[in-house]
Design a protein. Structure first.
Lengths: 332, 389, 259
């Protein structure tokens, strides 16, 4: 691209300034280059919008036969259940429960680590810890899944036994405790490990932006470190923490391989410690899509559409919280 | 647990007291509490759990230590110091707790994968086309040499990732150039920013479904909808499209950030020399921010290299090597790991499949870590020299 | 090649905000003209309209005419890029390109435009421009070192060399010494005095002594209050502005009563 236009002004080492009307457009090198380049930039931006529109359109088109089988297919009903809702609601339930388990475990730990890096750790430890957290984020999900299946699941079996023995009156811990550990609860723990680095790094970014003046003002009034954190860091970062957690939730909802590898799926159940119960939308798709065709394929794509809508809503709420609080946060 | 680090405690915020040193706690209280917690924790772990376990011991000791320090500080000093210490200990505990899965994951992969990789380096150069149930049973029962490998997965991953990079880097780069250099905050720019945010949150499996649906729609519309044509949908290119959907927002975000930190003074200096805008962008703005952009792109590559689900639904999996991403199924390394774990080649003799899977997992982690390291090195080594002011 | 500048009924806007109102001024070739005035009075804004740099900012535009030897740079079909090749600019803070060596920085106006030239031509331009900027002796042994490694004053002279290298007819300087120490300032002021042999030089400065030292003519801009547009109050030979101003506002400003 550069070469072509270069040729224009290659004649002399004098600047492009040909006598009387040298200020007019044209002639001198690259005026059209400007138009081409800005056109490319504009086009690339537009392409992103087009792609996203296509994501929505294609997903809807391909899932219509499952959503309204009587209208958009030659069948009366979908193949896995009577109606699409009957099919997808239990899957949604499993997806949401696993994600909530992950959030309950990951949020306090992640906020703690973020606080550790931003306010507690000595400087020479804080930086390596940041790297370690990034490292956690970099490990591929299939590896987490394999780890959950081989290492974590057996390790959790005695805990499930204990929970069932002592808290079995709660519906979550009713039912036969799994002997393999491949349950929805284990999936939730793996998801927790996976979203931990995301929430941590988002929270850390916000914590370190706390105005130094506020912190020093609190310390100068004789506050202990914890009192300083509670009085200055948390109020400053509240919206940020909530939105980080929402973004983590979005990631947990869509995570596929870890759950697929860990969970031994089955029908929906409130019992979290039994194998062969529950499934999540992503793992349902991953398990069945490779062999699916026709109506089954539409069902799975429709389930994917539901997942898309849920994660979209979660992510948009997170962004909305951030934008709503931006003007109060004092960060710039 | 956190023995040495905890003593580094700065005597930072003093409790208000008449004497500045009043209410100080001697250092030995700390070590005594820690020792006591370890001892009692060992006892509790042995009694409460069925049999003694290191994990139980660590958990009980930590809880005892945190509670003990809280009570003792409250007694010796005051409640505010006790609460401060409690949260300090909890924050430390959160950090140590997070190290557990990290170490466990890395240890599992190393312990399971390294022996195979060392004793059977052939997994790096063979694919699975000559491996079947019989060879695996022979390996497991008669100790025959491990057959097969995952070179086809490596090739697939490289081809698909390369193609995805070729698609998403130009689009992402130009889109961020538009956002930073051309847009003036109109609706179009706001829409792009918003939808890039939305794209960041697309679940990877949905990206896979999208690519599949898009390619299927394209093929049935323009080529035909017979069984042979439907077979064409699954190929490396479909997977690359899926990965691009995941990659573009990452590239846009990081590039945008990098372009925004290029000082306006440099653009103005270039304009003032009578240089056109596109040349200013190409020769001043982009070269100045190239290290940041390259490092962002490398991180985006690292992220999609580990993706499994979108490739599984778009490129499928095969046992033989396929160099052509534009036709036929293609196996990627993560998909290989997944398939070997879930559907072992010989269901009755799963060990060889597991060995190959873990060796592949180790290689995959190494690739991703190297990419991350590379990104850091690029960002640091090629950063433009500071102007000295 | 120095050219005369005439501003005719010039109004400068940022969006709806009128920043500079109704400027009429004639700037002679081969002279140094200083713009002085309090902060926010529009002197920098006006300076940036002379090479159409102000319109780089979103929403900024100008009405009226600026004639360069009689040719209106705001006329129809005029390409701002060509205007800027004709009217060079030196900025407040030295801004050499960080990715380029000293030599490449001097040649930036050619290199960035993709102009090809022989090595001997390039060497000639580099030496001539650096000599013109009184920098040659200091940097001739390290032309391939990064330009950002120089001191602030050297960087600013490098930026002047870069501007001179493309042979403009006018050089605009926006407070070129405000980020420099007194010794570097002296070096740049000496340079400005030499530049007027060949160029029309217009300089914005906050420093009245500097205006008195370097400028042949001085224009005083003022603003009546926040939100009001800046105006050209008085324009005369420098000696008259400082010793015998006609306008009371100028009198107050140069005697240090405000600003």
């Amino acid at each position: 691209m550069t070469e072509k236009v270069t040729a224009h002004s290659s004649s002399a080492p004098a600047p492009a300034r040909s006598a009387p009307s040298g200020l007019q457009t044209g002639g001198t090198g690259g005026a059209s280059g400007d138009r081409v380049f800005s056109g490319l930039a504009y086009g690339a931006g537009g392409l992103i919008l087009v792609v996203l529109a296509f994501v929505a359109i294609f997903l809807v088109t391909e899932s219509l036969p499952a959503l309204w089988p009587t209208v958009f297919s030659d069948q009366d009903s979908i193949s896995s259940a009577d109606t699409f809702l009957q099919y997808v609601l239990p899957l949604m339930g499993g997806t949401i429960i696993a994600s909530i388990i992950a959030l309950i475990i990951a949020t306090p730990v992640a906020v703690g680590i973020a606080l550790y890096i931003s306010h507690y750790a000595p400087r020479r430890i804080a930086t390596p810890v940041g790297y370690v957290i990034d490292l956690l984020a970099a490990i591929p999900s299939v590896v987490y899944g394999a780890w959950g299946m081989v290492t974590l699941a057996p390790a959790l079996v005695p805990i499930y036994g204990w929970l069932h023995e002592h808290l079995g009156f709660l519906p979550f811990f009713a039912g036969d405790p799994s002997t393999t550990g491949r349950t929805l609860a284990t999936s939730g723990v793996v998801l927790a490990v996976m979203i931990l680095p995301i929430i941590t790094s988002l929270c850390r970014e916000i914590f370190v932006q706390t105005p130094k003046l506020h912190e020093e003002a609190a310390l100068a009034l004789g506050a202990t470190q914890w009192e300083m954190v509670r009085a200055t860091v948390f109020p400053f970062a509240r919206a940020g923490i909530v939105s980080s957690v929402m973004l983590g939730l979005g990631r947990a909802l869509g995570e596929t391989m870890a759950v697929t590898l860990v969970l031994s799926p089955g029908v929906f159940s409130l019992s979290l410690i039994t194998s062969g119960r529950n499934a999540t939308i992503p793992s349902e798709i991953a398990l069945n899509f490779p062999e699916a065709f026709g109506m089954r394929q539409s069902e799975l794509i429709a389930a994917g559409l539901m997942l898309f809508i849920i994660t979209l809503a979660v992510n948009m709420i997170a962004r909305w919280i951030v934008s709503r609080h931006k003007e109060f946060s004092g960060a710039n | 647990m956190s023995a040495n680090t905890m003593t580094d405690d700065k005597p930072a915020a003093q409790a208000p007291a008449r004497s500045l040193t009043a209410g100080q706690m001697p250092r030995w209280v700390w070590s005594v509490t820690a020792g006591g917690a370890l001892a009692v924790g060992a006892g509790l772990a042995a009694v409460l759990g069925e049999g003694f376990s290191v994990a139980g011991w660590a958990i009980f000791s930590a809880v005892l230590f945190i509670l003990g320090m809280y009570v003792i500080t409250w007694r010796v000093q005051n409640r505010r110091r006790a609460v401060d210490g409690l949260w300090r200990n909890l924050v430390w505990a959160a950090f140590l707790l997070a190290l557990v899965p990290l170490i466990s994951v890395l240890w599992t992969v190393l312990a399971q994968g390294l022996p195979t990789l060392l004793s059977n380096p052939g997994v790096l150069i063979y694919d699975m086309s000559t491996t079947n149930g019989a060879t695996d049973i022979a390996t497991q029962q008669d100790g025959a040499r491990l057959s097969g490998g995952f070179v086809h997965g490596l090739i697939g991953t490289v081809m698909i990732t390369l193609l995805a990079t070729l698609i998403s880097v130009p689009i992402g780069l130009m889109a961020s150039v538009y956002l930073v250099e051309y847009s003036r905050g109109g609706w179009f720019a706001r829409a792009i920013t918003f939808f890039v945010d939305v794209m960041t949150g697309i679940p990877s499996i949905v990206a896979g479904l999208f690519a599949f649906a898009a390619v299927q729609l394209f093929i049935t519309t323009f080529i035909g909808d017979g069984p042979a044509q439907l077979q064409m949908v699954k190929m490396g290119l479909s997977a690359a499209i899926a990965l691009s959907v995941l990659m573009i927002p990452v590239v846009v975000r990081s590039t945008e950030e990098m372009l925004r930190v290029v000082p306006n003074e440099l653009r103005e200096a270039s304009y003032a020399l009578g240089v056109r805008k596109w040349r200013t962008i190409m020769k001043v703005v982009l070269p100045t921010s190239i290290s940041g952009i390259a490092s962002g792109v490398t991180l985006a590559i690292a992220r999609v290299t580990g993706e499994t689900a979108p490739i599984l639904v778009t490129a499928g999996f095969i046992a033989s090597t396929n160099w052509n991403p534009f036709s036929e199924w293609m196996t990627a390394l993560p998909v290989f790991i997944y398939r070997q774990l879930v559907n072992p080649t010989a269901p009755s003799a799963a060990d060889p499949s597991q060995m190959r899977a873990w060796a592949a997992a180790l290689v995959l982690i190494l690739i991703v870590m190297l990419l991350n390291l590379l990104a850091r090195i690029i960002a640091r080594a090629f950063a433009p020299k500071k102007t000295g002011r | 090649m120095a050219k005369r500048i005439d501003a005719v009924d010039l109004n400068v806007y940022y969006g709806k905000f009128l920043a500079v109102e109704d400027v009429n001024i004639k700037i002679e070739p081969r002279s140094v003209t200083a713009f002085i005035g309090p902060s926010g009075c529009g002197k920098t804004t006006f300076l940036r309209t002379i090479n159409r740099m102000h319109e780089v900012l979103p929403g900024a535009y100008a009405e009226g005419e600026i004639l360069l030897d009689g040719e209106n740079i705001y006329g129809p079909g005029v390409d701002p890029v060509n205007v800027r090749a004709e009217v060079g600019m030196v900025f407040q803070r030295p801004n050499p390109f960080p990715t380029m060596s000293i030599r490449e920085n001097v040649l930036a106006g050619y290199r960035l435009n993709g102009t090809r030239m022989s090595k001997s031509d390039a060497d000639a331009i580099v030496e001539k421009s650096l000599r013109g900027a009184n920098l040659w002796n200091e940097v001739k042994d390290r032309l391939d070192k990064p330009g950002s490694g120089l001191s602030g004053g050297q960087q600013q002279r490098l930026c002047i060399a870069r501007t001179v290298a493309v042979e403009p007819s006018v050089i605009l300087m926006d407070e070129p010494c405000s980020a420099l120490d007194p010794i570097s300032t002296l070096a740049v002021e000496d340079l400005i005095n030499e530049l007027k042999e060949n160029y029309t030089v217009v300089i914005v400065t906050h420093n009245m002594q500097q205006a008195a030292r370097v400028a042949d003519r001085t224009a005083f801009f003022n603003i009546q209050g926040t939100g009001k547009p800046g105006k050209l109050i008085e324009y005369d030979d420098t000696i008259n502005i400082f010793q015998n101003p006609q306008n009371e506002q100028t009198q107050n400003y140069v005697s240090g009563r405000f600003g």
